[in-house]
Design a protein around this ligand. Sequence first.
Ligand SMILES: *Cc1c(COP(=O)(O)O)cnc(C)c1O
Length: 387
Amino acid sequence: MNTIEKFNEHVMATYGRYPLVMESGSDECAVDEDGKKYIDFGSGIGTNSLGYCNDDWVNAVCDQVKTLQHTSNYYYTKVQADFASKLAEATGMDKIFFGNSGAEANECAIKIARKYSFDKYGKGRHNIITLVNSFHGRTLTTLSATGQDVFHNYFFPFTEGFIYVEANNIEDLKSKIDNTVCAIMFEYVQGEGGVLTLDKEFVDAIYEIAEKNDILTISDEVQTGVGRTGKFLAGDNYGKKADIITLAKGIAGGLPMGACLTGKKCSGVLTGGTHGSTFGGNPVCCAGGLAVLNKAADSDFLDEVVKKGEYFRKKLSEIDEVVSTSGIGLMIGITLKSKKAGDMAKAALEKGLLVLTAKDKLRLLPPLTVTYDEIDEGMKILAEILA
Ligand SMILES: *Cc1c(COP(=O)(O)O)cnc(C)c1O
């Protein structure tokens, strides 16, 4: 039995997987079982923010795993304290709850929004506005929050209390505000929904309406956060900071970690016993996170992300098959003229390049540390496939 057959015998078939058995990686290159190399412009869906096995990250994680791999949240650890301080400094937020994934970070955000409103106004003001085409996770509640009908199937009953508004439609947003709404939740750039960037006017409207009605803003920065857009937070591109911000994906360089951050307004909402997680804030994940922040919170590093994003876009604009690009920084959606994104991703893989798709677009989320040589090498393959 080969690896794929063995794998499929007992692992649930919940993913459409490519026939690639990944064995190792270094920097921007992944290596499969047969020793074939791939340039990775997907970085494990934006998780391996420093590429594969970055030296500083490996050292931090290995030192920690040899010292203390885990302890319960009934005790304190220095590494979680250090990581929280650095994350608060990078984001300008006040308090943080650590979980293990994006969905969990969003669950925490939803609980905070509802409790904030419950504490202040009592029952009935629990509705949360989310956007059509959004993606917020795979738990029952975050599936409800996700504004896509394809996800609202099979698993009934779903969590109640989500209202969907069309992205970039200010009139639709206004028409759905009433005294049952406690929060508006959104991605500045909808990742899974097709790398769709929110207009500045729409974001301004969200904040204005929220401010006027004591409605909380929740920005899901699970995909856009931690430097992905060339700012530490995507909201920095808009000059906005939500009351509640969620992070995951790239935050710990490929280790499972999610974080829900609050500004002063919501700092005291979750009190003793109202939330928890066994693994949340795990020391090894925090050590990995610190290694990421040591790079990604630096303004020179972020400026480079902007420049590399521009370089990618320039290269892409030279390809005839590329109609347009979307997104910000190193979060790149590619609209193709006539070729199918899924077919192109498969063709790329055969030629030694890993890319992602989002709806009918190709999507690139390269490591933030990608070099110009690697961009050139990968783009050469992409140009060949799209020719
Ligand atoms: C990936 C993603 C999630 C879900 O994260 P998980 O770690 O898979 O739970 C939530 N929101 C956004 C915007 C995402 O991109």
